[in-house]
Design a protein around this ligand. Structure first.
Ligand SMILES: C[S@@+](CC[C@H](N)C(=O)[O-])C[C@H]1O[C@@H](n2cnc3c(N)ncnc32)[C@H](O)[C@@H]1O
Length: 189
């Protein structure tokens, strides 16, 4: 006899002092709890309530949903190329009651054609290869308003790659926070 594994996982958590409920499913990134890198990124973001923000590669929505709740009424877009991630991100926006979030199925910036952001934040899909990350950075630069900021978190082993590429593309790089496993970096337009 086999035991049936539930398809959905629901957990409660606190981010920046606020309570959240997330529903996720197997196959999405970090389905059982908020990833340590994601949490570090959320803790380090500096955002104003009037900002328009993007969670690039939103998964089930942790970063965008945290921004939308902690910096209300900031206007938050969330995109992912995975329709399962988009479905769950939408569920989580609804269950956390955040009318200031919009979730879109998009390959990087492909469905964000003319939107300009004050802040773009991403727990980068590092395993998909350097080329995609370089495309993300170049497109992020074109989608940021003057003084706009790109925040990324990666495993710390990638930090020299991030530094090199931020300096090439943006002409600047700031290490915002480094922990053993993860580093948050920022570039400005
Ligand atoms: C490291 S996970 C982070 C997920 C979520 N932001 C979090 O922190 O829990 C990276 C996400 O990027 C998405 N992704 C990968 N390539 C993408 C692309 N070309 N366009 C949009 N999203 C992409 C993946 O589907 C995945 O959900």
């Amino acid at each position: 006899m086999t035991t049936e594994i539930p398809k959905d996982i629901t957990f409660n958590t606190q981010l920046r002092g606020h309570d959240f409920t997330f529903t996720t499913t197997w196959g999405l990134f970090s389905p059982k709890a908020i990833d340590a890198g994601t949490r570090l990124l959320i803790e380090q973001l500096k955002i104003n309530s009037s900002d328009t923000c993007l969670d690039l590669g939103c998964g089930y929505g942790a970063v965008g949903i945290a921004i939308a709740k902690c910096f209300q009424p900031a206007n938050v877009y969330m995109v992912d190329k995975d329709f399962v991630a988009v479905d769950y991100a939408r569920k989580n926006v609804e269950q956390n009651q955040l009318p200031n979030c919009k979730v879109l199925l998009s390959n990087g910036f492909s469905h964000l054609s003319d939107i300009q952001f004050d802040v773009i934040a991403s727990n980068l899909p590092a395993k998909t290869g350097n080329e995609l990350l370089q495309i993300f950075f170049t497109e992020a630069k074109h989608h940021l308003k003057p003084n706009g900021r790109l925040y990324v978190v990666t495993i710390s082993g990638l930090r020299q790659f991030i530094k090199r590429n931020f300096l090439d593309i943006f002409g600047n790089y700031r290490k915002v926070k480094q922990r053993n496993t993860h580093t948050v970096a920022m570039a400005m337009v």
